[in-house]
Write a protein of this length. Structure first.
Length: 143
């Protein structure tokens, strides 16, 4: 199974959609705890609508997002704290259920995990896939 990831930091909606189309992605799996953004078009409802117009599905899996202490650690560049906080998040039953759902969705059609952070090595989506998608091929996209 191939799972794509993409971070929208610094991107526009047309750039995001172009990158998804180029890669053949047909569904976004939003793994933000809070699917809100100051960037136009990237909050949950407007993002889902824009993606739908482009023929791309949208699913939000809130329990796979990073809790506030983890987001704060990521902003500080404190990767150790981010890893610890996110490991606790992934141990929660609701995160386990949503991780299984994420894998089902990715197996159904080409999908990409979406978060804000452009660099996947600084983002929880890399930790998520390392913990929950053993054996999956991960392809990081650039918008």
């Amino acid at each position: 199974m191939i799972v794509h990831t993409i971070g929208y930091e610094g991107a526009t909606i047309p750039e995001l959609i172009a990158a998804l189309h180029t890669a053949g992605v047909r569904r976004i799996i939003d793994v933000r705890a809070l699917p809100l953004s100051r960037r136009p078009g990237f909050s949950k409802s407007s993002l889902a609508a824009g993606l739908a117009e482009a023929g791309i599905g949208y699913v939000h899996l809130k329990a796979l997002g990073t809790p506030k202490p983890g987001r704060d650690a990521a902003k500080r560049g404190d990767v150790a704290t981010l890893r610890a906080v996110y490991a606790e998040q992934l141990a929660l039953p609701e995160a386990q259920v949503q991780a299984a759902r994420m894998l089902e969705l990715a197996a159904e059609m080409p999908s990409a995990l979406l978060c804000f952070e452009r660099n996947p090595s600084h983002c929880h989506r890399t930790l998520l896939l390392a913990a929950m998608a053993e054996g999956a091929k991960v392809v990081d996209l650039e918008p």
